[in-house]
Design a protein around this ligand. Structure first.
Ligand SMILES: Nc1ncnc2c1ncn2[C@@H]1O[C@H](COP(=O)(O)OP(=O)(O)O)[C@@H](O)[C@H]1O
Ligand SMILES: [Mg+2]
Length: 419
């Protein structure tokens, strides 16, 4: 009995509740412990019944499925949510994932899909719990060997660290598309690492299976070798390998600077280029990677908060003795309506903009919702061309350089030269 997966179903349509209940009743390892007709009652039931899995509809009266999922993530964190929505609600995917949902099923889905999803989420949750139990136990962790700075520099791969002082400026979108474009243009070995450890969305942007991530590496850090790293990384477009975030935000805190140092030391041996997406938080981990990155790509936009935070970030870089030569300032949504423009941003920041990416709302939103990078679906769009230019700037000897040359000459003259 202890092994039964207890499921709570939340849906406002009685016939759907009925069908799902019937469907699950045939599974010997699954037991429906309750149902609820809206998000509010769903949360109440979850508190009472302590289910292993909550199946959650999106559009419901009183409290909808996304809000209910957010509440559950806070208040009943051991009740992982699988969101069920109809096709037209696909743009809910991001919000659903950000709300803390573990999986997303598009209606109509088959019984097999549903059951596989329930079992998968349940198993991951078990794995997470046993992992938490293990890491919570006190242990005398000997810090791993730390290569000297010089040794690390001598390793092969180059690290490009994407940073912004403000969220929502397009850092993840650009990092993901850049990694794919770089692999396509250079045919080199490219890794993409999502270091926005709590709320990274590289997996969603590239429509990847997020059943493993960095936590699997740190769980076995003493035995981590290149083969194991390769296994844990997920395959992305054009042969890129992606290291995803922990499967659940609360696991992010378990990742330490030492883990990151050791992982990057191996990654540098395995890949030619390592693209890193990050969170805005300038904590230990970001500072560690930032400090050793070959290039820091700072993404900004034409809004006052973004410019203000970019200014602060550049100041911090300066005080950390990060040479301006290593910093590449990128202006995203460069054609957005704003009282600012490239020149005024450069004047304000006293730093040259090395590249700009236009606003392309339609292409970008389609690309995100489908999980297809726009550089693969629309290589000739202006936004994709600008990404290729950025590849050429980061790797001056790459074939992408020639492709980008004509449009690019002027901007490149002043590249990396601080004003
Ligand atoms: N060049 C662009 N054109 C259109 N929309 C964009 C562009 N860049 C970013 N966006 C929008 O901004 C949102 C936030 O981007 P994201 O990469 O997640 O930001 P960050 O990682 O900096 O928090 C994206 O979901 C997308 O809708
Ligand atoms: Mg991001």
């Amino acid at each position: 009995m202890a092994d039964l997966i207890k499921v709570l179903i939340v849906d406002d349509i009685p016939s759907t509740l009925d069908n799902l209940q019937k469907l699950l009743s045939f599974e010997p390892d699954i037991q429906v412990v309750g149902t609820a007709p809206n998000g509010k009652e769903g949360v109440e039931q979850a508190r009472k019944l302590d289910p292993d899995i909550v199946l959650m509809d999106v559009n419901m009266p009183i409290v909808d499925g996304i809000q209910a999922t957010e509440i559950l993530a806070q208040e009943v964190p051991n009740a992982p949510v699988i969101i069920m929505s109809v096709q037209g609600e696909r743009d809910y995917l991001r919000r659903a994932m950000q709300s803390g949902a573990r999986e997303f099923l598009i209606k109509p889905f088959s019984g097999d899909e549903l059951i596989a999803s329930i079992r998968r989420v349940y198993q991951l949750e078990q794995k997470k719990e046993s992992f938490l139990a293990k890491t919570a136990a006190p242990e005398d962790q000997a810090p791993g060997p730390q290569p000297a700075d010089g040794a690390r520099r001598a390793e092969h791969g180059q690290v490009f660290f994407f940073y912004s002082g403000k969220g929502g400026v397009g850092k993840s979108l650009i990092a993901a598309n850049l990694a794919v474009s770089m692999a396509n243009e250079t045919k080199a070995k490219v890794a993409l690492v999502d270091l926005d450890l709590q709320f990274g969305d590289v997996g969603v942007l590239l429509n990847l299976d997020h059943s493993q991530g960095i936590t699997d590496l740190i769980e076995n850090i003493e035995h981590m070798d290149q083969e194991f790293i390769r296994e844990v990384m997920v395959d992305g477009p054009f042969g890129i390998k992606v290291l995803l975030t922990p499967i659940s935000p609360e696991l992010a805190d378990l990742v330490t600077v030492d883990h990151v140092r050791r992982i990057f030391s191996e990654l540098r041996k395995m890949f030619d280029y390592i693209i890193v997406d990050s969170s805005c938080h300038l904590g230990e981990i970001n500072l560690e990677v930032l400090d050793h990155a070959d290039r820091v790509v700072v993404v900004t936009s034409l809004s006052i908060p973004s410019i203000k935070n970019t200014k602060l970030a550049l100041k911090i870089f300066d005080s950390l003795s990060i040479s301006p030569d290593r910093v590449v300032l990128l202006l995203n949504k460069s054609d957005a309506h704003s009282e600012f423009n490239r020149e005024s941003v450069e004047a304000n920041l006293r730093f040259p903009i090395a590249g700009q990416v236009p606003n392309d709302a339609k292409l970008v939103i389609n690309s995100i919702n489908r999980g297809n990078p726009f550089v693969t679906t629309h290589p000739e769009s202006e936004i994709s061309q600008r990404i290729r230019e950025l590849v050429a700037k980061l790797i001056p000897s790459s074939p992408a350089k020639e492709a980008a040359e004509p449009a690019d000459k002027k901007a490149r003259k002043g590249l990396f030269a601080r004003r």
